[in-house]
Design a protein around this ligand. Structure first.
Ligand code: S3P
Length: 452
């Protein structure tokens, strides 16, 4: 399976003519990670189509292979033979999750209760991200943890002989933390309970139910969710068709909105309500996004989106919407650069601990390219220039630092398509973690993007 790129490859985007195309975005990253993980764990065969073949997901597949799952590809279908719940093997070497927080944190939960050592490593970005948010609930279950200062990678976990179920209130809006606790609960006798005060993406809950887990969700009048999972139940292989990733969709979508004369149709996009905050926000800004043929596929809402260039106006994004668009703020900030007036984005504390400190990375890149913006502790505001005049940077030295963050790289390449001057980024190789087809798909629609 795949090969992880380690060399920086700079790239440049320049003012483009109207983008035209009818495209299909690669599979959703969250669902793809979980498909490999749950398929590798469940007894029997799991068949997956539409899987995202990005580096992050491939690393999760390799980790599951290292723990006994068999994974192969036949034509367009990935076929997994899982080990059965509770039957994962001790990996012989450290599991390398590369750039992927989701793969790493979910696997920590999955492996935590097993009474052998599992070691987790990753790239420079992942090694600087906090793991305590997952290790703390594991410690409450009796898991022993060795970690670098500040609960950073490399991390080794070892479960107790008799792990105990916990009831855990997730202290931050994080689907990864919720999922890690639930996955640990799969191999603990009794009921593991997760209380989620603010709803985040619900792929773990829905997919575990699909694989046969006894899991129920109760939502109270305030929207607080209580998730109960019976441990040590049987999981059985499934057939999964992964819908297109709304977070990857965001890049061609915003590009089509800001490049005058564009008309782009994007097919088979996941429209799970925990993932559609960006579309709602852009529509409030005046975006022309037509939702075509809304339908159900494999238990998820999907639709096609027709997007045409639009005159955008600045808005204040409600802070409570953040969980449903948490990965989309970098590219929303780019849309805001071309909107009339100010866009205010509060409630962004979680952006500081993504693949990079996305608040800082965005603010520095925007400043470098002539954007009037302000970075707060947990907010960002952007004052736009609808005609793109003065945006971008003519100097060869003006290169945006992407900090091993795919979404920072793609966001600034989208910016360059509508700015008066070009926008340069220090690396486009990292884009392969989530959207390997990005460059080709964008240039295929007429975007002026190239490696330099
Ligand atoms: C993800 C959860 C989110 C998101 C990430 C994918 C998941 O992270 O940013 O890209 O698949 O569970 P947090 O749980 O840290 O918010």
């Amino acid at each position: 399976m795949g090969h992880v790129t380690a060399h920086l490859r700079p790239a440049k985007a320049s003012k483009s003519r109207g983008l035209k195309g009818d495209i299909r975005i690669p599979g959703d990253k969250s669902i793809s990670h979980r498909s490999f993980m749950f398929g590798g764990l469940a007894r029997g065969e799991t068949r997956i189509t539409g899987l995202l073949e990005g580096e992050d997901v491939i690393n999760t597949g390799k980790a599951m292979q290292a723990m006994g799952a068999s994974i192969r590809k036949q034509g367009d279908t990935w076929i997994i033979n899982g080990v059965g719940n509770g039957c994962l093997l001790a990996p012989e070497t450290a599991l390398d999750f590369g750039n992927a927080g989701t793969g790493c944190r979910l696997a920590m939960g999955l492996m935590g209760p097993y009474d052998f050592d599992t070691t987790f490593i990753g790239d420079a970005s992942l090694s600087s991200r906090p793991m305590g948010r997952v290790l703390d609930p594991l410690r409450l279950m009796g898991v022993q943890v060795q970690a670098q200062a500040g609960d950073r990678l490399p991390v080794t976990v070892r479960g107790p002989r008799a792990p105990a179920p916990i009831s855990y209130r997730v202290p931050m809006a994080s689907a990864q933390v919720k999922s890690a606790v639930l996955l640990a609960g799969l191999n603990i006798p009794g009921t593991t309970t997760v209380i989620e005060p603010v709803m985040t993406r619900d792929h773990t809950e829905k997919m575990l139910q699909g694989f046969g887990a006894t899991l129920e969700v109760e939502t109270d009048a305030e929207g607080v969710r209580t998730i109960r999972l019976e441990g040590r139940g049987e999981l059985v292989g499934q057939t999964i068709d992964v819908p297109g990733d709304p977070s990857s969709t965001a890049f061609p979508l915003v590009a089509a909105l800001i490049v005058p004369g564009s008309d782009v149709t994007i097919r088979n996009v996941l429209m799970n309500p925990t993932r559609t905050g960006l579309i709602q926000t852009l529509q409030e800004m005046g975006a022309d996004i037509e939702v075509l043929d809304p339908r159900q596929a494999g238990g998820e809402d999907v639709a096609d989106l027709r997007v045409r260039s639009s005159d955008l106006k600045g808005v204040t994004v409600p802070a409570e919407r953040a969980p449903s668009m948490i990965d989309e703020y970098p590219v929303l900030a780019i849309a805001a650069c071309f909107a009339q007036g100010e866009t205010m984005m509060p409630g962004l504390e979680e952006l500081r601990v993504k693949e990079s400190d996305r608040l800082a990375a965005m603010a520095r890149g925007l400043e470098l390219n002539g954007v009037d913006c302000t970075e707060g502790k947990d907010w960002l505001s952007v004052r736009g220039r609808p005609d793109g005049k003065g945006l971008g940077n003519l100097s060869k030295e003006a290169v945006v630092a992407t900090w091993l963050d795919h979404r920072i790289a793609m966001s600034f390449l989208v910016m360059g398509l509508a700015s008066e001057h070009p926008v340069q980024v220090d690396d486009c190789s990292i884009i392969a973690t989530s959207f390997p087809e990005f460059m080709e798909m964008m240039t295929g629609m007429g975007a002026e993007i190239a490696e330099i």
